[in-house]
Design a protein around this ligand. Structure first.
Ligand code: MSP
Length: 516
């Protein structure tokens, strides 16, 4: 039996202080695309997402709405769960930090840290930003605020500390030995400079409010929300029990993973605190933490107070209003987010660019290629794709398919989603050029049926190639294309000889903004 390679990918777990927005959708979609890609590559994949429900921020939001925190969390967490369903994400699990399976894991980690001598009691005094749920050093405060712009308060309280300072050298050794630990590569310098500036011990418990996981052996303290939250990545695998099958499989025996996809704002927690906690607990480390950039809205920073938060559900509604069915709306939305901006960079979301991108690359390029070739095949030769092995000219675009696939895979392995897609678009452009040059509609008029069938069948094989590689980005549309071509996942180049296609339909509607 061939043993499958295991691959584990996680999104951050989202705070339930507010409903989902584009940032949440973005991270989750990026994980989903990678999970689908790895599944196609034959990996046994596990993709985890969920909600981060403890801490002061969530407690405050619940109180502001006059709700009991648990009740509030139940309501908002449900919205995040629904978003994963609406976006048709392929997550295998959805973890909530208020679940018992999570709490026992977080407490087990605490016990391990304590047993191994990395926890002591003291007094914390310093700045805290509730919005970021983060402590800040005096040197990090800019104009009385956190570097993120969040309000800070001066806190003084009894607290348990984690000996983070003991991990400065070990972390530097880790980054040196595993340069892929922080991705994209450009983000490593930020992590290095923070660690090199000197790591102070970290306050990991609070006793001024109660919405959190109780620490073992001290009723008065709850766990710092980031220590609690980070452990979700293993609590969802059944850790607490080191022999739990999922934990063994997806945390201890993986290839090129675990990978945590996070926004750039929470890189510090994932690339510094998390490996330090794991080392202290004597547990294996993840393979990489990938930090992506942030979206702005029409050039403006997205913020609740400005009122320009982008709601993914509204964007899908807009796409349906301008003529997409729900499956197409979803695929177009995912495609734009993954294609528009190199993963890792900041980017700007605006509908004008959205329309231009979809129309030029999908409707006018791949869509046009599919439309004109498939409808001709269907109308001629009884809908059958012919043997093309006799076609000897080296202008055959199918000869480029393997290289395209290779480049696609290479880019995907580097999380260069935009470049991976570009390889396919470029290939489709070449195919369109080929069909323009060969003009099968003229060949038909001239009675050169055999040549016409060959040209069209070459394109059908190229479309099958496209449908296989782009499936992680456009699962609905590529499945539709595969259904027309009667292609299955095991498709190999030049496989369609003798296949009868199903009646084609227009796959990629062109988008026009409705001016009201
Ligand atoms: N609960 C923590 C994560 C804990 S993981 C153990 C958290 N939650 S969050 O809901 O505030 O943020 C979730 C993600 O959304 C972060 O990765 C963040 O970077 C991302 N985004 C928030 N706004 C964003 C944009 N405007 N654009 C892109 N992503 C953004 O942090």
């Amino acid at each position: 039996m061939i043993e499958m390679k295991n691959f584990y990918i996680t999104s951050p777990i989202y705070y339930v202080n507010d409903v989902p927005h584009i940032g949440h959708a973005y991270t989750s979609i990026a994980c989903d695309v990678m999970a689908r890609f790895k599944r196609l590559q034959g990996f046994d994949v596990r993709f985890l997402t969920g909600t981060d429900e403890h801490g002061q921020k969530v407690e405050k939001s619940a109180l502001a709405r006059g709700l009991d925190p648990q009740e509030f969390c139940d309501q908002v967490s449900q919205k995040f769960r629904e978003l994963t369903q609406i976006l048709q994400l392929s997550n295998d699990d959805f973890i909530r930090t208020t679940e018992a399976r999570h709490k026992i894991c977080a407490q087990e980690i605490w016990r391990r840290l304590e047993k191994r001598g990395y926890i002591y009691k003291g007094v914390y005094e310093g700045w805290y930003a509730v919005r970021d749920e983060a402590f800040y050093g005096e040197d990090e405060i800019v104009d009385g605020k956190a570097p993120s712009g969040a309000e800070v308060v001066w806190e003084k309280q009894e607290s348990y500390f984690f000996k983070l300072s003991a991990f400065q050298e070990k972390l530097l050794m880790l980054y040196e030995a595993a340069p892929d630990f922080v991705l994209p590569a450009g983000k490593m310098s930020e992590v290095l400079s923070f660690v090199k500036s000197g790591l102070k011990d970290l306050s990991i418990s609070r006793n001024t409010f109660s919405w959190g996981i109780k620490i073992p052996n001290d009723e008065n303290h709850i766990m710092y929300v980031w220590l609690d939250a980070l452990t979700n990545y293993i609590s969802a695998l059944g850790f607490a029990d080191e022999n739990a099958p999922l934990y063994q499989k997806f945390w201890c025996n993986t290839e090129g993973s675990p990978i945590h996809i996070v926004g750039k704002d929470i890189l510090r927690f994932h690339a510094i605190y998390w490996p330090a906690f794991l080392m202290a607990a004597d547990l294996p480390l993840p393979h990489s933490v990938f930090a992506h950039g942030w979206w702005t809205n029409n050039g403006q920073k997205i913020s609740k107070s400005v009122g320009n938060v982008i709601d993914p559900l509204k964007e899908l509604e807009w796409l349906r209003a301008i003529g997409c069915d729900n499956e197409v709306a979803l695929d177009y939305f995912k495609y734009f987010l993954m294609r528009e901006v190199p993963f890792g960079n900041d980017g700007d979301y605006n509908r004008t660019n959205f329309l231009a991108r979809i129309n030029s690359e999908l409707a006018n390029n791949i869509g046009n290629l599919a439309q004109r070739s498939l409808s001709m095949i269907y109308k001629n030769n009884n809908g059958e794709i012919v043997d093309i092995s006799g076609y000897k000219d080296d202008d055959n675009p199918l000869l480029l398919a393997e290289k395209m696939r290779e480049n696609f895979v290479k880019n995907m392995q580097n999380f260069a989603y935009d470049k991976a897609i570009y390889e396919v678009i470029n290939f489709a452009t070449i195919c369109n050029q080929f069909i323009n040059d060969k003009a099968p509609w003229l060949l038909k008029k001239e009675g050169k049926e055999k040549e016409m069938n060959e040209i069209l069948s070459i394109i059908a094989n190229c479309l099958a190639e496209i449908s296989v590689v782009l499936e992680p980005f456009l699962p609905n549309l590529m499945r539709r294309l595969q259904n027309i071509l009667n292609v299955d996942k095991g498709f190999k180049i030049n496989d369609l000889n003798g296949v009868k296609i199903s009646e084609p339909r227009a796959l990629f509607p062109r988008l026009e903004e409705i001016i009201v």
